[in-house]
Structure formats: C-alpha cells, structure tokens
Design a protein. Structure first.
Length: 246
C-alpha cells in the first residue's frame, strides 16, 4: 500500500531541507539561518577546524571595543562576536535578519542587546555608532551596496567599519585544496553536526561566487567608505577589510 504524507508532514520535510540560492532572496536567507541556528556555533567550529575563533579574535582587535564606544554588529548571528565587544566594555547592539538566530543568541547571552533587523535598512538613527562591523554576513545580503551604504549612514563621521568575510585564497594550490575540501568534506561534516545540512551547500556556493579581496575593497569605496584596506587571514580563506567614514 502506497503511503502519502499529510500536508503538515510534507511541510515539515520541506522546511527541514530549506536552503537559500545565490539569488539571496531575503525570506529564503532568513529561513535558512533560522533552521541552522540551534547548532550554528558548533558547526562553524567544526567546519573551520576551530579557526573561526582565531579569526574572531583578530576581528575583535580590529574593532577595538572599549568603554564609551558604541558598536553595531550587523548579521550578528547568535551574538558570539557581539558578546566579545560587550566584554571589552563597549555599548553593543547586535542586529540580524534571522529571528531564529536572535532567539538563540538571547538564550546564549542573556542581557546582550540583540535585535531583528535588515542590513539594507537598519533600524537606527544616522551617525549612531562609532564602529559598525559585520562578520561572514555581507555576502548573504541581497544588495551588498545597499547594506554598505546603510552601514555608512549609521556610522559617525570619523568612525569605521570592520568586515570579516570569506574570500579567495591567494595561493593557487592552496585554493584548489580548499575548494576541494568544501566540495567533499563540508557536506559530510555538515550532515553530522548541522541541524540543516543542505544550507551548507549554499555556504560553499556563496563563498566561491563572492568578491576577491581587491574587488570587495572597490565595492566598499563605491559605497562611500574611504581609506579602505584589507589583510588576509589563513592564506586568504578570510579577509578582514577596514575603512573610515570621512
């Protein structure tokens, strides 16, 4: 006898396999991150071999959070980076498009100011922050230029932006090995550790389709940021871009 799923069961199966595409439709991206929120930090640690913590430390140093500094962490996820800035004494707000991520962050970091918000239309006043930062979220925004311009809007004159994002390894042999790991190793590890493995297919695709270090610097300059500079982390797996609002 042929078995059929009820409508609710079909929906549950579809939702459990939800992933975004490179079109980066906001609803799809938000839903995808809702689905992976529960195990997000663990999966990131496993997939990067713990390097995410090294990269976070370098980003934290670049932000330079301290008492009296107002910091906005865009695409804050579960609040791991924002918690570090707060521990350094800064007045921090974390903002993310995914309600699931924000809910998980509030569980992990009670008392941390985490809010749902769109990077392309940030719910904050002009020139409200000394530093705006975004880690591994810029490539997920449907309109990169709009996000960079709105982050510029909410940054005080003389303030800065710090962007940590996956990039393009500079050594050809290393780059080939890295992309081969993403093709073969990432699906296996995400199946074991993630609550929604198909979402990590999008992760791989979005990294390979993303700007090079120089191209992202040019995009930031076009959006109005000045004195743009970057440095590579782990042979360019990640690049850290910094710039100033004049």
């Amino acid at each position: 006898m042929k078995r059929t799923l009820s409508l609710s069961a079909q929906t549950e199966v579809e939702n459990s396999q939800h992933r975004a595409s490179l079109e980066k439709k906001p609803h799809d991206v938000s839903k995808m991150f809702d689905d992976v929120a529960q195990h997000y930090d663990l999966t990131n640690t496993v997939l990067t071999g713990g390097l995410v913590h090294v990269w976070r430390k370098v980003t934290r140093e670049a932000v330079g959070a301290r008492v009296g500094l107002k910091v906005l962490d865009v695409a804050c996820g579960t609040g791991a980076s924002a918690a570090g800035y707060a521990a350094d004494g800064a007045d921090v707000i974390g903002c993310d498009f995914s309600p699931g991520m924000i809910a998980r962050g509030r569980e992990l970091h009670p008392g941390l100011d985490l809010r749902v918000g769109d990077a392309t239309a940030l719910p904050f006043a002009d020139e409200a922050f000394d530093v705006v930062t975004i880690s591994y979220g810029l490539r997920n925004v449907v309109d990169t230029q709009a996000a960079l311009r709105d982050m510029l809007r909410v940054t005080k004159r003389g303030g800065k932006i710090v962007v940590a994002e996956f990039s393009q390894p500079t050594n050809p042999l290393f780059r080939a090995t890295y992309f081969e790991f993403m093709r073969l190793g990432m699906p296996l590890l995400s199946t074991i550790f993630s609550s929604d493995a198909p979402a990590y297919d999008y992760l791989r695709e979005s990294i390979q389709a993303w700007h090079s270090q120089k191209d992202l610097a040019a995009v930031m300059h076009e959006a109005g940021w000045r004195s743009v500079e970057y440095k590579n982390l782990t042979n360019g797996i990640v690049a850290l871009h910094r710039a100033i609002r004049k």
